[in-house]
Design a protein around this ligand. Sequence first.
Ligand SMILES: Nc1ncnc2c1ncn2[C@@H]1O[C@H](COP(=O)(O)OP(=O)(O)OP(=O)(O)O)[C@@H](O)[C@H]1O
Ligand SMILES: [Mg+2]
Length: 488
Amino acid sequence: MKRSRKTQKKSKREESQMKGTLARHFQVQLGYSSSIQHQSFSSTSSSSRLQNHLESVSQDATLSAADVDDKDLILTQDFFCTPDYITPVNQNSMSGFDCNRENIPCPKSPEKLNTVKSKKLRQDGFLVNPLDPTSYDYQDTVDLAKDSFSTDEVQLTKTIGYTTQKTHNYVPQSAVALRCRVMPPPCIKNPYQKDASEMDIDRFGNQWAKCAGLFPVITGGDGLSRYYTDFHEIEQIGAGNFSHVFKVLKRIDGCFYAVKHSKRQLHHDAERRKALLEVQALAALGSHENIVGYYSSWFENEQLYIQMELCDHSLSDKKASQFFAEGEVLKALHQIAQALQFIHEKGIAHLDVKPDNIYVKNGVYKLGDFGRATLLNKSLPIEEGDARYMPQEILNEDYDHLDKVDIFSLGATMYELIKGSPLSESGPQFLNLRDGKLPLLPGHSLQFQNLLKVMVDPDPVQRPSAKELVENPIFDKIQKHRKTYMKP
Ligand SMILES: Nc1ncnc2c1ncn2[C@@H]1O[C@H](COP(=O)(O)OP(=O)(O)OP(=O)(O)O)[C@@H](O)[C@H]1O
Ligand SMILES: [Mg+2]
């Protein structure tokens, strides 16, 4: 890389200072990358590539000024651990990674890795697997490589140790190329958002038409994996009929989250729009202590990914079952009733309240899985949830009291927790519950049993609203029972 005359005229003192700071920079980088190596990264991992690169630099005892320019490749992003766009292909190589350790490996800058990869491409004829969602496609990599090496156009900020010499504004060509290729996806109208109709219609109308050909972009059609770029997968923590749920570590903030993604690919626009209703409901609802927190969502590989608050377990997990004395059930009932009051007041019905979809985090109960949420005013499609928890009117396709459907499901859920075994999907027990007939529950207060009974009343009008439920005097007991709620 050519150096400017001005730079060449630097005094010897300045140059030796530069070498000193650069050497410190390398020491930090080398220390950092060697710590990564101790965390059982594979030799092909990006960190090892970085280390090899840096080792070759450090072996050069007489570091000339020209060398300094060559090391422009070390960018400030390396210091600040901003994310890379390529994750080691073999994710298992990170399986021994101890997440509690301080020196969590941070991915390297996209500029640097593109360069390393493009060099490899030229020297070794190395091919990137075009089917691998964690890698660039071949053409993209070549394009980026060209960008990285067109020195006439590239304007780099020289980062030397802790000081940054700004010769020009730093605009990586790879970023420019990427920005040119990736157009913003179209806006999607959120039907749960009350003021959606007041928004500038052009954002939802014309853009759809203009951007119709860009749908592959929001489905991850550019080959980049946001999931593997942003998250380190720890383990699978759940599976429903439609989704897998994983515990993940977000690379940039070091926090754990749950990421849910659809089991199958959503090939058609209509399927994707339907799946989106879940995140649109979560986003429109906003935060509530008793509703699972929602962070973000995106399409990738034609699957919808949802980043959520990580909870400890669901009420259907075995580890939950031992804590269901009446006091604990009352606590769960009160908290989920508050969640229902919150969503009903926003005009939304959940329609799939059941133990599977109630999560626990630090002793707090949270309603999750808004995959069947709909609007109370019946303006969105209605898809009933798990039949075991559905009242008769829903099975008869009477959708006039969708909020009361949730109250029935919550009553049935609480009954199941007390009973300690799953509700039947058919037979006399199933029919009795639809008729509002609950067997006596020995050892439980009459007040509690009566409350459950009215919640599963066959007439939805007789069932209490979520607000009435929350205000029921039975919950005054909760304070007295607080000690018994604590986990042993
Ligand atoms: N945020 C979370 N924290 C912890 N575990 C979770 C979380 N979200 C989901 N799970 C676990 O994953 C399971 C499946 O998730 P979820 O119910 O959302 O999937 P689904 O396919 O939509 O389910 P369904 O079959 O009920 O429609 C849950 O029952 C729960 O055990
Ligand atoms: Mg579920």
